[in-house]
Design a protein around this ligand. Structure first.
Ligand SMILES: [Zn+2]
Length: 51
């Protein structure tokens, strides 16, 4: 019990006042995550891009 692999189901996205993209997700066990993407990354380092 309590030792399952979390499954992050996307619950949608929104944009914060700082212009950051925030993704919400949750598991069936009600664990939740918020993932913040820094949208102010112009000219910054690219994330892993399969190429
Ligand atoms: Zn879970």
């Amino acid at each position: 019990m309590g030792d399952h692999v979390h499954v992050r189901l996307s619950q949608g996205m929104s944009v914060s006042e700082e212009g950051q993209l925030i993704e919400y997700s949750r598991c069936r066990c009600e664990a939740t995550w918020t993932k913040v993407f820094d949208a102010d990354a112009d000219g910054g380092k690219p994330e892993q891009q399969p190429r």
